[in-house]
Design a protein around this ligand. Structure first.
Ligand code: NZQ
Ligand code: ZN
Length: 393
């Protein structure tokens, strides 16, 4: 087991009616002027925005609401939100939505605490984030895990690149998680979220680091649980128990807990982020395409590890380690297809790409072949191209 630090300070308020505690939570973390950030309108249509605004008003908290965050959120829009936060003299940023909104709110909170800085440097140039304004989230979709994670992912306009910033200080102070707030989600969006949740654990699980029995058991249980309840959630979005299971697993999957002693791999995320950056495809869908392709390419590096996944998550007990590995990868891919997410470029809606297009993706991913991608099997540009080509149908 590798050494680790685990810091996950987010105060979770989970369950029916959790949003009623909004004002109390904002005050607990020092907020009196709130910049409320939301997305493209789902929270207006559901009535959640109005309910939260009334709650803040009743609590005597000043606020300004700013909508318009789009999926695969843009750096240019985040900068506008930073300006709104500064002009409003906010002392607290509240995200109401999913990963895209929370990631934009994280940028706003960083910008608010660093008013002289160009926030793009933190996301695109690796500048270290040292301060961040208080931040909370009301979660409306189980997927990205941003409500407890240390990360924020923004598309750098005009580059096709999704830049990630990481800092413990960006973890939200609180997350309000009422599974009922996810009942309005379209099934496709639920399914993409289910894939993302599994992937945040799976991309920590596949590793050459031995000897993490407890972390393995936690990871295997989480993946099995999300597969079981994910199927129910996609078919019955108002099933409170299923939506609760995936919501809680979504947070635990990406707060670092399921990879303790092992670290992160995240190759499928890196391959998928480029697809989302260039073609604006849904994050979870990009992962469903890329993970089986990546796994098929690399499993021979450590068949015993993939065989353990097949055995513990899918119950595959017969065959050589290689045979069990292939069966486990196939069953994961079939699960993605059963819940309605794509596993090829055509099904993803981007068609069959030209060789030049594939090369462009690989160039973005490997910074023109100057860096290798991944930890389990570090890949150069040629290998990245081969993986993209394997799903280019
Ligand atoms: O914008 P609105 O109108 O709210 O609609 C959203 C959006 O179209 C809709 N939605 C959300 N809650 C809803 C709802 N529709 C109906 N009812 C509700 N209750 O769902 C759509 C997708 O929203 P989005 O926030 O984009 O989803 P998700 O949570 O999957 O976030 C994806 C983003 O998070 C990033 C991804 O790269 C992507 O940009 N990630 C962030 C991470 C992090 N910060 O730790 C880690 C992840 O790996 C991921 O990279
Ligand atoms: Zn993800």
């Amino acid at each position: 087991m590798q050494g680790f630090e685990f810091y996950c300070p987010t105060d979770i308020v989970f369950g029916r009616g959790a949003e009623d505690k909004l004002s109390a939570k904002v005050k607990q973390y020092g907020g009196s002027r709130v910049l409320l950030v939301y997305g493209g309108g789902s929270v207006e249509r559901s009535g959640l925005l109005k309910k939260l605004e009334e709650n803040l008003q009743a609590g005597g908290i000043e606020f300004k609401s700013v909508g318009g965050v789009q999926p695969n959120p843009r750096m240019s829009f985040a900068k506008k939100v930073v300006r709104e936060a500064i002009d409003f003299e906010a002392d607290f940023v509240l995200a109401v939505g999913g990963g895209s909104v929370i990631d934009t709110a994280k940028a706003a909170a960083v910008g608010l605490a660093n008013p002289e800085a160009d926030i793009e440097e933190f996301w695109d140039k690796g500048k270290k984030i040292k301060t961040c304004a208080p931040l909370g989230a009301v979660l409306t979709i189980s997927a990205a895990g941003s409500e407890t994670s240390d990360s924020s992912v923004l598309t750098i306009d005009g580059t096709g690149k999704k830049g990630g910033a990481h800092a413990d200080i960006m973890r939200p102070d609180f997350a309000i998680m009422n599974p009922e707030l996810t009942f309005t989600l379209p099934p496709y969006q639920i399914a993409c979220g289910v894939v993302d949740i599994i992937m945040h654990t799976l991309e920590r699980y596949i590793s050459h680091v031995e000897g993490n029995s407890f972390t393995d058991l936690v990871a295997e249980a989480l993946m099995k649980n999300v597969i079981q309840y994910g199927r129910i959630a996609v078919a019955h979005r108002k099933n409170y128990d299923a939506m609760s299971e995936i919501m809680w697993c979504g947070s635990v999957s990406h707060n670092g807990f399921t990879g303790l002693g092992r670290g992160k791999e995240f190759s499928a995320h890196k391959l998928g982020h480029v697809l989302s950056g260039v073609y604006d495809v849904t994050h979870g869908a990009s992962l469903a395409v890329m993970w089986p392709a990546w796994a098929t390419y690399v499993y021979k590096d450590n068949p015993n590890r993939f065989a353990q996944l097949a055995e513990q998550v899918w119950g595959v007990t017969v065959g050589t380690p290689e045979e069990r590995s292939r069966a486990g990868i196939r069953m994961m891919k079939e699960f993605f297809e059963q819940i309605g997410v794509p596993t090829t470029f055509t099904k993803l809606g981007i068609g069959v790409l030209s060789d030049e297009d594939i090369e462009k993706l690989a160039d973005i991913c490997t910074k023109n072949d100057t860096i290798k991608v991944g930890v389990f099997h570090p890949m150069d540009k040629k290998e990245v191209m081969a993986i993209y080509q394997s799903v280019n149908k």
